[in-house]
Design a protein around this ligand. Structure first.
Ligand code: KE4
Length: 426
């Protein structure tokens, strides 16, 4: 009998490009049909055929409390009953803005938007408007949403301007973006030597989570901070993924680096469409209606999304939340690594707070080039074997994984027993 998943995918491809509303969901990297889900609860969700999975994607990061956390659902219900949107200021927006500014010392003012892409495009426009400069620096393998200026891949040679990484992005637009290697301090110094006074901003994932998980090398972030200060460039931390995922102070707190602007998303929306950007008051004051940099949004600060975000941020502030989440995530990666090692498989892994990376390679990668050398076919085999047993990892060897506060001993034991079964017959 054809599965309901397969039927839905067949039909969806007729009405939705690729049958999905976001490309990474399509399983193109791992092969096979995407899974259609119907319900989630805690660390689990159920597909259209009623099969359950332990979820290590958590909607790509937002679900730090797991699926349908009662406090979040209740907050959403209450907010929705009072009206879905007003297109006008609400007290709840003030409450979450104050909370973000209290939790992140680098954020003196914040503006709410509806997606990480909006946050990414807005901080770039704001940095350009504040500095009067056009050039931006980003890093190969980092993803900041699908704004034209950020859909850019490395130029033909080192220190050349970027080329579009997507059709539809004009070369002239991509030409303002310089793409360097993550963790390459020499490259950064050369770029600033060449273009220092022309660079509006450097945008970086302080922990890279869009080329699998890549940790910043010692001094990488500090060097970016120093060079941006020296050249009057805006240092932007894209913490859409790391924000309130790696710690209550985010990655900027973990590594003690103070960016000028920060993009946030995912966790701060608790699973609802909400993101934000904020930072130095003198920069944020350039935004309309105060200043010349335009930025807007019909549903920005949506009261239902803000309610989900506030309920989520309330939970993550509970003392010990991140220590427990980090320990659980470390137990996961240590457990899988030990089993792979026992069976002589080239595998390693790492975790930072509630996010992790799995690599079929001898050593943990520290750059985009090293990630590309990991055994993608082995990951895909691992992914499907796990999926068959009801364990759902990100459907790509080039994505990070996520643990929630609802992943407990049972979920860890199940995952490790499946890893043993898979690696024993590898
Ligand atoms: P959204 O526009 O998807 O809300 O956020 C874009 C974005 C910005 N910055 C960072 C660091 C991000 O990780 C993202 C989005 N992350 C991907 C996962 N790799 C979202 C999944 C998807 O594209 O469907």
């Amino acid at each position: 009998m054809t599965s309901r998943n397969h039927q839905l995918f067949e039909q969806s491809q007729h009405y939705i490009p690729g049958g999905v509303n976001s490309p990474v969901r399509a399983f193109k990297s791992v092969g096979g049909d995407p899974i259609f889900f119907q319900r989630g609860e805690g660390a689990y969700f159920w597909d259209a055929d009623g099969k359950s999975y332990i979820d290590y994607v958590g909607s790509w990061g937002p679900l730090i409390l797991g699926h349908a956390h009662p406090d979040v659902v209740k907050a959403v219900q209450i907010a929705a009953q009072n009206g879905l949107t007003f297109g006008a200021p609400t007290e709840a927006e003030l409450e979450i803005a104050k909370l973000i500014c209290q939790l992140l010392p680098s954020v003196e003012q914040v503006r709410l938007v509806s997606s990480g892409t909006e946050a990414g495009m807005s901080v770039i426009r704001l940095a350009r408007g504040f500095t009067g400069r056009s050039k931006i620096i980003k890093f190969e393998g980092c993803y900041h949403g699908h704004d034209d200026s950020l859909l850019v891949k490395a130029g033909s040679g080192a220190l050349t301007f970027g080329n579009p990484s997507s059709a539809g992005v004009p070369a002239e637009t991509a030409g303002h973006t310089i793409v360097l290697d993550y963790n390459d301090i020499t490259g950064i110094e050369e770029a600033f030597n060449k273009w220092g006074q022309e660079v509006a901003a450097v945008i970086v994932e302080p922990v890279a989570g869009n080329m699998n998980l890549i940790a910043p090398k010692v001094d990488f972030l500090a060097r970016l901070r120093t060079l941006c200060t020296q050249h009057g460039s805006v240092l932007i931390f894209d913490e859409v993924m790391t924000g309130f995922r790696v710690g209550l102070g985010c990655a900027q707190g973990l590594y003690q680096i103070k960016p000028d602007l920060t993009a946030l998303g995912k966790v701060i929306g608790g699973g609802m469409p909400m993101a934000a950007f904020g930072g130095r008051r003198d920069i944020m004051q350039c935004l309309a209606p105060l200043g010349p940099v335009y930025q807007a949004g019909t549903l920005s600060g949506n009261p239902v999304a803000v309610a989900a975000g506030l309920a989520t941020l309330k939970q993550v502030q509970i003392p010990g939340f991140y220590e427990k989440l980090g320990n659980r995530t470390q137990q996961l990666v240590d457990g899988i690594t030990a089993i792979a090692k026992k069976h002589g498989i080239d595998f390693c892994a790492q975790s930072i707070g509630g996010m992790f990376g799995l690599y079929f390679s001898k050593d943990i990668p520290t750059s985009f080039a090293e990630v590309m050398r990991c055994d993608k076919a082995a990951f895909n085999r691992f992914f499907h074997a796990m999926l068959e047993e009801g364990v759902y990892f990100a459907p790509s060897a080039f994505e990070a994984g996520f643990v929630s506060s609802m992943h407990g001993d049972n979920e860890l034991d199940k995952t490790l027993s499946v890893a043993e079964k898979i690696f024993k017959s590898w």
